[in-house]
Write a protein that binds this ligand. Structure first.
Ligand SMILES: Cc1ncc(COP(=O)(O)O)c(C=O)c1O
Length: 474
């Protein structure tokens, strides 16, 4: 079948691996510590320093995978993974991903794989409808929200500084300094987009949050006014629906009014929480987004597909094409103008067939199946939040709109850095258990711990284990 494997060998190995994967996602991940206990350098040290001169057997490679690689895996697909954003790679998505690897298509042009382009556009349209977003949005897949937001701000820059595509920004005396705004709770990818696009970190201005960690629109307006007086050229606002630490939702309707009045691009970063809007009772989180210029949400965060898959929507498709399209002779096709070539809408040329795993997943779950998981996870988080509220040794550090609970241990006589240290130590003790993995962040009152419920396999017993570990280690 190939130079190294007969088709019989492949079948045998693949069946074994599929059996192993089925056990793993069925709950077998619980047999491993959720947080890898390997020490820095240990994995690399256990492996040869160069490519073997002669090919090795699948069996030997598989053995090394279990012996050397598995101990260095932090199990994001473990039901006890409650750090960052808990995520899931579901069985249907794995089937789609397997086929995508087998087909190995590159969807850079429509012609290089019509199904890749057409399925991607279709699936993005399905999700747009499920989120009740306007049909003026054009959507496609990026690898990550960081890249989706970068594309959004590149389009915003193209609109504000039309000749930027040709002349760039450097060395120009005809241009005021550009400004991009986001709340101080926005993800660092917004600042990274600014530094990538030549706006610089100095061109990125953070806006204060209110008592619930949402952007304060009045502070935004003040910042814009102040910047205009100081000679800056305000360009775009990034509103977050589901901030990274607390999952707070910025007041998009008010922010959008300001953007319209001020002529600013509005990009909505709904990387985590966007998917929740598929349930009508959480639709509120996308209120105001009908007026956004662009929006991102990540199926790889809360739509049960393996990383990577980020859904990017933009209203002015032609502007994005103008921002990025550059077609050398070898990429020209006879159907130019008749089809959408996705290479025209971003930086990269080669494109994975990501839509296949998403299509497989959306069809397998159906909208009701997706809502059911979200509702279950949000309910578990709300119960956990109520448990924290009832415990005098703990305190909640932020509201809990979705499935992430921010809390910390409170200890009489401890404050400031000492309290932060106490909570970090508590977290490390919990993480050392191998059953539960939590992460931390910083809020107004200091360090906060987070319980992020997002794995499909997480059950009440895992939440109970988390509660027990907290109490045992206080
Ligand atoms: C609100 C928000 N935006 C963007 C990102 C970056 O996502 P990605 O890893 O897909 O770039 C994150 C990551 O957690 C996030 O929480």
């Amino acid at each position: 079948m190939t130079d190294t494997m007969t088709s019989d060998d492949f079948r045998r190995e693949a069946h074994q691996l599929v059996d192993w994967i089925a056990d793993y996602i069925e709950g077998g991940a619980r047999d491993y510590p959720v947080l890898s206990q390997s020490r820095p350098g240990e994995i690399a040290a256990a492996l040869p320093k160069q490519i073997p001169e002669y090919g090795e057997s699948a069996e030997k490679i598989r053995e090394d995978f279990h012996r050397v690689i598995m101990p260095g895996i932090t199990h994001w697909n473990h039901p006890g993974f409650m750090a960052y954003f808990g995520i899931s790679s579901s069985a249907p998505a794995i089937l789609g991903e397997m086929l995508s690897a087998a087909l190995n298509v590159n969807g850079m042009l429509w012609r290089t794989c019509p199904s890749a382009t057409e399925l991607e556009l279709l699936v993005l349209d399905w999700m747009r409808k499920a989120l009740r977003l306007s049909d003026s949005f054009f959507g496609f897949l990026c690898d990550t929200a960081s890249i989706s937001s970068l594309l959004a701000l590149a389009a915003a820059r193209e609109k504000k500084v039309p000749e930027v595509r040709q002349s760039g920004l450097s060395g120009r005396t005809d241009l005021p300094r550009l400004r991009v705004y986001a709340s101080d709770q926005a993800h660092s990818s917004v600042a990274k987009a600014c530094l990538t696009l030549g706006i610089g970190l100095d061109g990125f201005r953070t806006i204060d949050h209110d008592s619930e960690y949402r952007m304060d629109p009045q502070a935004l307006q003040r910042a814009i006014d102040e910047d205009r007086r100081a000679g800056f050229l305000p360009m775009a606002v990034v509103a977050t629906v589901g901030t990274t630490t607390t999952t707070s939702v910025d007041p998009v309707p008010e922010i959008s009014e300001i953007c319209t009045r001020e002529g600013l691009w509005l990009h909505v970063d709904a990387a985590y929480a966007g998917s929740a809007a598929m349930a009508p009772e959480f639709g509120w989180c996308l209120d105001g987004c009908e007026n956004a210029d662009s929006l991102v949400f990540n199926p790889h965060k809360w739509l049960f597909v393996p990383i990577d898959a980020s859904a990017f929507y933009i209203r002015d498709r032609e502007l994005l094409r103008k921002t990025f399209s550059l077609v050398p002779e070898y990429l020209k096709t006879p159907m130019e103008g008749e089809v959408i070539d996705l290479m025209d809408y971003g930086v990269q040329l080669g494109r994975r067939f990501r839509a296949l795993k998403l299509w497989w997943t959306l069809r397998s779950f159906g909208l009701e199946g997706i809502r059911k998981v979200h509702r279950r996870q949000i309910a578990m988080a709300q119960d956990f939040a109520a448990w924290v509220d009832d415990n005098p040794l703990l305190e909640r550090t932020a509201p809990t709109p979705f499935s992430v609970v921010c809390f910390r241990a409170a200890r009489e006589g401890l404050a400031g850095e000492a309290l932060d240290r106490y909570n970090l130590e508590l977290m490390e003790k919990i993480n050392a258990s191998g059953d539960i993995y939590l992460s931390h962040s910083r809020l107004d009152d200091g360090l906060t711990l987070r319980v992020a419920i997002g794995n499909i396999g997480t059950k009440e017993e895992d939440i109970q284990r988390c509660r027990d570990l907290i109490l045992e280690n206080l």
